[in-house]
Design a binder for this molecule. Structure first.
Ligand code: UD1
Ligand code: CA
Length: 471
């Protein structure tokens, strides 16, 4: 769809009382502005322009970080002086040379708007009959919103900001401007300079465009949201929490409809980019943040937080924190496991109680059941690491080459070096596996050992450092 989206995100967000830009505040782990950018991309907009200003560096980093490799171009335009929403749009039009085509303008604090609504909106101005469509809603508490004033003909006459309303208008005009507009770009560009700032806030109000377009004989229209919640804005922390609860309920209801059980849907925080398979049970205090995929028949939680992590089917994730980890099928995690970036748990493996794993592969059916730290380590299948055993993975200057059972690893430069454990290795409890240690397939390590160097396959490593053949 050849529509441009302009997202207004330059405001100070004074009512948030924050050191950060308002629209960078997160709802279910995702910055508000990204909810809106994603909705416009999903709606098929060909170009997305984000107007930034307050905390511009923070905002630019946020947008670039999220969309640098996006197929749809998402660009930032800086509004150096915040003179109002009308001025913000003018800055965007001029900076991007936008003079035609459907232009959808969205407030950056409107996170629950859906891609469907954006797409439908862009369509309303595509034929050229309408110069502008405004999204409206009738919330239970209209305080703070611009109010829709209808003319004698029942058509929209203009929008009156809360601060410019007479007490009577504030009490009787209950339909509100949601802060999403579709414009015929040619009409918008032709008349944007006509917006004035003669109002209570001395700001250039974008909603004034309606009256201006009408005065030029253009047709404008309103689109009333059946569900007012789609159009709610966030100006304060209270509204941030209210919208978070709405988003949470909607997402959890979606997954329940797809066959996921929630023990208490008010106590699980599933981000908009998470996917959960059927017959998975979500226990209270579960957080799925970012791109998380969970398969079928899993037990998630209680008290678990997964960030940018993939979980297969049939897993138990009990009191576990996982960040950028890959967990395959039938894996058992926790209670109280901490899986840090680069952890790869293969089928049927286990990371048990008070176990921390980083940048390591735990082989098929391998178990790290109790009180261990495993870092920068590769484990074959069927390994068992005894309680309290750890890898000591200090930084090493050495170029490190190990060959065992046909496996070769070359580590160069100053990087952390862990251990390599061959298939079926058993490590006795309270052992330390020193950097670069390699334990060949089928070997056993006595409890309380400090392992260095290479332990040949099928041997026994004694606490003294002696190595005996197993058979
Ligand atoms: C605005 C609307 C109001 C509507 C409400 C819906 C105006 C004048 N009023 O009021 O009719 O009911 O949204 O939530 O538009 N911004 C800029 N540059 C600026 C000023 C604002 O980019 O110079 C951005 C803000 O970051 C924000 C958005 O525009 O994301 C809306 O501004 P905000 O101050 O929140 O407007 P409201 O008072 O909520
Ligand atoms: Ca607002």
């Amino acid at each position: 769809m050849d529509a441009t989206a302009i997202i207004l995100a330059a405001g100070e967000g004074t009512r948030m009382k924050s050191n950060h830009c308002k629209v960078s505040h997160k709802i279910l782990g995702k910055p508000m502005v990204q909810w809106i950018v994603d909705a416009t991309i999903k709606a098929g907009c060909s170009r997305v322009v984000v107007v930034i200003g307050s905390h511009a560096d923070e905002m630019r980093a946020l947008i670039d970080g999220a969309y640098a490799s996006s197929a749809t171009k998402v660009e930032c335009v800086e509004q150096t002086e915040r003179l109002g929403t009308g001025h913000a749009v003018k800055v965007a039009l001029e900076a991007c040379g936008i003079t035609e085509g459907p232009v959808v303008v969205l407030n950056g604090d409107l996170p629950l708007i859906t891609a469907d609504t954006v797409a439908k909106f862009a369509q309303t101005v595509a034929t050229g009959e309408l110069a502008c469509t405004v999204m409206t809603m009738t919330p239970p508490d209209p305080f703070g919103y611009g109010r829709i004033k209808l003319g004698a003909d029942g058509q929209i006459e203009r929008i009156i900001e809360q601060k410019d309303c007479t007490p009577e208008q504030a009490a009787t005009l209950l339909e509100c401007n949601a802060g999403c507009y579709a414009f015929d770009g040619a009409q918008l560009a032709a008349h944007i300079n006509e917006i004035g700032n003669d109002n209570a806030q001395s700001e250039y109000y974008l909603p004034d465009m309606l009256e201006i377009l009408k005065s030029h004989g253009q047709a404008v229209s309103i689109f009333h949201c059946d569900d007012y919640r789609d159009g709610l804005g966030v100006n304060s922390r209270i509204q941030l929490a209210q919208l978070t609860a709405i988003a949470r309920d909607r997402i959890n209801e979606h997954w329940m409809a797809e066959g996921v059980t929630f023990i208490d849907p008010t106590q699980a925080w599933i981000g908009p980019d998470a996917v959960i398979g059927r017959d998975t049970v979500v226990w209270p205090q579960t957080h799925l943040i970012g791109h998380v995929t969970v398969g079928e028949e899993c037990q998630l939680g209680p008290n678990s937080r997964l960030t940018d992590t993939t979980v297969g089917s049939g897993c138990t994730i009990d009191e576990t924190i996982a960040i950028e980890a890959v967990i395959e099928n039938g894996v058992d995690c926790g209670p109280r496991a901490y899986l840090r970036p680069g952890t790869h748990m293969l089928d049927g493996s286990k990371a048990g109680t008070h176990v921390e794993i980083k940048k390591s592969t735990i082989g098929e059916g391998s178990k790290v059941p109790h009180l261990s730290y495993i870092g920068d380590t590769t484990m074959g299948p069927g390994v068992n690491v005894g309680a309290g055993s750890i890898t000591s993975n200090v930084k090493s200057d050495k170029t490190h080459v190990v060959v065992t059972d046909g496996a070769e690893r070359i580590d160069t430069g100053r990087k952390k070096v862990g251990a390599m454990l061959g298939d079926g290795v058993e490590v006795g409890c309270n052992s330390v596996l020193n950097p670069g240690s390699v334990i060949g397939r089928g070997s056993r390590v006595y409890p309380l050992s400090s392992v260095r160097g290479t332990v040949p396959a099928a041997s026994i490593y004694k606490r003294s450092g002696d190595i005996a053949a197993q058979r």
